[in-house]
Design a protein around this ligand. Structure first.
Ligand code: GUN
Length: 284
């Protein structure tokens, strides 16, 4: 069994972005800029936003944080998005989800210029991904693919099972595996015989949002297990969707939590932001 080191792969990706950023500054006088918007004081979102800002600093991007109070209105948030859409020194806009309940995330996402939509959540970008002609890939699924590539884990012809059908992870994850010729099954809360379906998986991706949901009896010997979950267990300790201790010995490869998929999400965000900057400035 080999543990897939998301921190290491992410550091490699960020180093490539850092060098590319250095080149943009030197040769074109352009510094990529990312705006991160957070509404309210969800502690998990705060940690994610801080990590995104740290990554920007590391690779040499400019980052701007817009921390709005929980009572922010829909109009105020949309107006901030409009301002950021029109700011030349901002190439990427990320509105951290989830938003407080009274706000409608769908209309906020649709307001972000598709050219600055570095999460790839906008309908235009989702559609392009479906067609296989995209500028940006969704951060978490693309981060998973990058890990598979770095560890030279083949996807073609493999049984790929994704548990979870969210717009952020499950659905695009299935699409990216399909693009690489995997045979993809997406499971969800209404799936019958979930255990049997998972047992067929050569590559099993867990994106359910429930602590230790994937147990050893659901995993085939030699499977590759990718854990997208970020939960707290009964003792308040960070854990994934996979019962790591009991599953690990059955796997050929497995991602840990923390230190697996999480850092990869941020690495892809950096890649998307520099790409947005290059497209917006007409740089090859
Ligand atoms: N909340 C959880 N994951 C994400 C993400 O990838 N992007 C944004 N904007 N919010 C999130």
């Amino acid at each position: 069994m080999q543990i897939i080191d998301g921190k290491k792969v992410s550091a490699n990706v960020k180093e490539r972005v850092r060098l590319e950023c250095e080149r943009l500054v030197k040769e074109h006088g352009v510094t990529p800029g990312l705006a991160v918007v957070i509404v309210g004081d969800d502690p998990a979102s705060r940690v994610y936003v801080n990590n995104k800002k740290k990554a920007c600093e590391l690779v040499g991007f400019k980052s701007e944080e817009y921390a709005l109070p929980a009572e922010t209105t829909q109009e105020e948030l949309l107006s901030l998005v409009d301002t950021l859409n029109n700011k030349d020194d901002i190439n990427g806009i990320l509105v951290q989800l989830p938003l407080p309940k009274h706000l409608d995330d769908k209309s906020v996402i649709e307001r972000i210029s598709p050219k600055k939509d570095v999460d790839a959540f906008h309908a235009v970008n989702v559609g392009k991904i479906m067609l296989g002609e995209y500028d940006f890939l969704p951060c978490t699924p693309a981060g998973v693919m990058e890990m598979l590539h770095q560890y030279e884990i083949p996807v073609e012809g493999k049984q790929c099972v994704v548990i979870g059908r969210s717009n952020i992870v499950g659905k695009p994850m299935g699409m990216l595996l399909l693009h690489e010729n995997g045979t993809v099954t997406i499971c969800h809360s209404r799936t019958k015989n979930l255990k049997e379906v998972c047992q067929r998986a050569d590559i099993l991706v867990a994106a359910v949002g429930r602590a230790k949901f994937v147990t050893a009896d659901m995993v085939k010997d030699g499977a590759v297990v990718i854990d997208v979950g970020m939960n707290r267990d009964e003792n308040g300790k960070l854990c994934g969707d996979v019962d790591f201790e009991n599953v690990k010995d059955k796997c050929s490869y497995i991602t840990p939590v923390p230190g697996g998929v999480g850092p990869m999400t941020i690495a892809t965000l950096m890649k998307n932001t520099i790409k947005a900057c290059k497209i917006q400035n007409g740089i090859e």
